[in-house]
Design a protein around this ligand. Structure first.
Ligand code: RP5
Length: 170
């Protein structure tokens, strides 16, 4: 099982993915959490290849102090929904691009949860992974002013980049 951990303090955000082949996409969530200094853990948990471990992860998430779980998977992407079925910790789902359907299958698998068990669903690919992390940070920032200030500075930087954009002459 691949596992990375920000060891500075107890993880508050869990990142799981169905395969190590999802890492190229999911590393963008890890990069954002690292940039903001949010304690997190990342590992492979496959819904269909290791269902017992998936249930154990979801069932222990709350008592271990996780405040949100970012779950990425591709194809018949049942990982986020199944984790959400076993915990009330908010689950943020990231559709990973798939080989034949380019992640449209992943997106629909994750976004179409039946009423009652929500999975917040993000864009296909790296934008979705990064935005899931930013949403998790925004959730933590509702009770953490220092983190809110970092998020505001992050937004201000993007505003400045857009303001500085120049178009080529016609
Ligand atoms: C899903 O199947 C994973 O999330 C991954 O996106 C996809 C392919 O997995 P591998 O065959 O690359 O391990 O479970």
């Amino acid at each position: 099982m691949m596992m990375t951990k920000d060891t500075a303090s107890k993880p508050v955000i869990g990142i799981v993915m169905g395969s190590s082949s999802d890492w190229d996409v999911m590393q963008h969530a890890v990069a954002i959490l690292t940039e903001f200094g949010v304690a997190h853990e990342a590992q492979v948990i496959s819904a269909h290849r290791m269902p017992d471990q998936m249930f154990a992860y979801a069932e222990s998430a709350r008592e271990r102090g996780l405040r949100a779980i970012i779950a990425g998977a591709g194809g018949a992407a049942h990982l986020p929904g199944m984790i959400a079925a076993k915990t009330i910790v908010p689950v943020l789902g990231v559709p990973v691009p798939s080989k034949y359907l380019r992640g449209e299958d992943s997106l629909l698998s994750i976004v179409q949860m039946p009423k009652g068990i929500p999975v917040a669903t993000y864009a296909i690919g790296e934008a979705g992974a990064a935005n899931a992390a930013l949403s998790a940070i925004a959730m933590l920032a509702t009770t953490d002013q220092a983190l809110a200030d970092k998020l505001l500075a992050f937004r201000a930087k993007q505003t400045q980049i857009a303001l500085d954009m120049k178009l080529p002459p016609v």
